[in-house]
Structures are given as structure tokens and as C-alpha cells.
Design a binder for this molecule. Structure first.
Ligand SMILES: Cc1cc2nc3c(=O)[nH]c(=O)nc-3n(C[C@H](O)[C@H](O)[C@H](O)COP(=O)(O)O)c2cc1C
Length: 196
């Protein structure tokens, strides 16, 4: 046991896992397009391809997913940080189309014919299989129906054109940072800490 470690309040222990790559969750019905950022996302099975996401039941996007039983997960390049910040500050409950109102453009996905942002550099289409109550969140287990990505992805991200975003958390707003590459592989975490 490292004696230099000190106790962290359990209500904020999720922040120990930052930085995290934020994704956008979009779900739509005939009358509404909901969108929110999320970091509690994980692929939980490769075959079949299953994705888990933890969402607060208070979020409008969760309610839209309950109706539509489907959603898209999108990844973004650092170029999209300004638009993502606009979306992160908006609440969806009184909005018909939070995605467009935040300045994103919409496209229809190939398989589920649902909505995803045109600005994304990768999109997963997901169909909800299970909706579990887990503490104060819902854990959605979903089947990934299709995945598309920009040319930078050749089995792995090459990071030639894709500059990932890291979410580092904030008590005063939404802090995102670009990741700067140093050598051929690996990222310069020092740069983003300094950018805070
Ligand atoms: C970077 C970032 C990551 C987030 N991750 C999650 C998450 O994983 N699960 C969650 O329930 N809320 C998460 N949130 C909070 C929701 O995105 C936020 O409450 C949003 O306003 C909900 O929007 P809606 O009510 O329009 O659906 C995150 C917020 C940010 C800024």
C-alpha cells in the first residue's frame, strides 16, 4: 500500500478515471432529436458486438432512447470542440432538435435509418437490448448494428488526421482538450495538463 495515497470522496471518485474520450449519443423519434455527451461508454462484447452505456434516467436523451429503442454513438476530432461545447451547455427537455440547435448537421444512418451528426469521424448504430437500473443510472446494453469511420481508421486509428479529444472534467464548465502527438505513437499528456 502506497502511504502517500489519500482518501477521495466516493461521490467524485469517477473523476479519477479522467481523461476520457467523450462521445455523442443521439436518439430520435418522429417529433424529437435528442443529443448528449457521454463518457460512461464501453464495448462489452466483441461477438456479438455489444455496447454498454450508463445514462441518468433524468436526461431527455434517455427518454428519447426509451421511445425509439435505438441511438447512435459518434466520435469527433478536436476540430469539433467548439460545437461540442455548445451542445454540452444545452438541456434537451424543451428542445425539438438539440443537435441542429447546437450547430451540427444531420445525416441518416445506413442501417437503422436514424440520426447521426455529419461532423462525426466515426459512428456506431445501436439497438437497445436491455435497460437495467444500476444505482442512480440506467445501464443500456445495446447491439452495435453498424460502424463507420473516416479514412484515418485502418484497423486501428492511425492518428494522421484524427486528433482525439479528451474530457478532463471541470467544476466550472466543460473542459475539453486536444491531445498533442509527440512521436509516431503515444500522446503528449503534458500538453493537455498545461492547457487547463
Ligand atoms: C463530457 C461529458 C460527459 C458526460 N458523460 C455522461 C455519461 O456518461 N452519462 C450521463 O448520464 N451523463 C453524462 N454527461 C451529462 C449529460 O451529457 C448532460 O447532463 C446532458 O445535458 C443531458 O442532456 P439531455 O437532458 O438533453 O439529454 C456528460 C457530460 C459531459 C459534458
Amino acid at each position: 500500500m502506497n502511504n502517500n495515497l489519500k482518501a477521495v470522496d466516493l461521490s467524485i471518485c469517477h473523476r479519477l478515471l479522467y481523461p476520457s474520450i467523450p462521445v455523442m449519443v443521439v436518439s430520435s423519434t418522429k417529433d424529437k432529436t435528442s443529443a448528449m455527451l457521454a463518457v460512461s461508454v464501453i464495448v462489452i462484447s466483441n461477438a456479438p458486438p455489444l455496447l454498454g452505456i450508463s445514462i441518468s434516467p433524468h436526461h431527455t436523451t434517455y427518454r428519447t432512447i426509451r421511445s425509439s429503442k435505438s441511438f447512435t454513438i459518434s466520435l469527433f476530432d478536436a476540430k469539433s470542440i467548439p460545437l461540442l461545447k455548445i451542445l454540452a451547455r444545452k438541456q434537451g427537455y424543451k428542445r425539438k432538435d438539440k443537435l441542429s440547435e447546437s450547430g451540427f448537421h444531420k445525416e441518416i444512418t445506413p442501417k437503422l435509418k436514424t440520426i447521426a451528426p455529419k461532423e462525426a469521424i466515426a459512428i456506431l448504430e445501436c439497438k437497445v437490448l436491455r435497460d437495467l437500473r444500476v444505482g442512480d443510472h440506467r445501464f443500456l446494453i445495446s447491439r452495435i448494428i453498424s460502424a463507420t469511420a473516416s479514412n484515418d481508421f485502418k484497423g486501428y486509428w492511425r492518428y494522421k488526421d484524427y486528433n482525439p479529444i479528451l474530457y478532463i472534467g471541470s467544476t466550472t464548465g466543460f473542459l475539453f482538450c486536444k491531445v498533442f502527438r509527440t512521436e509516431k505513437i503515444g500522446f503528449l499528456t503534458k500538453s493537455f495538463i498545461q492547457s487547463r
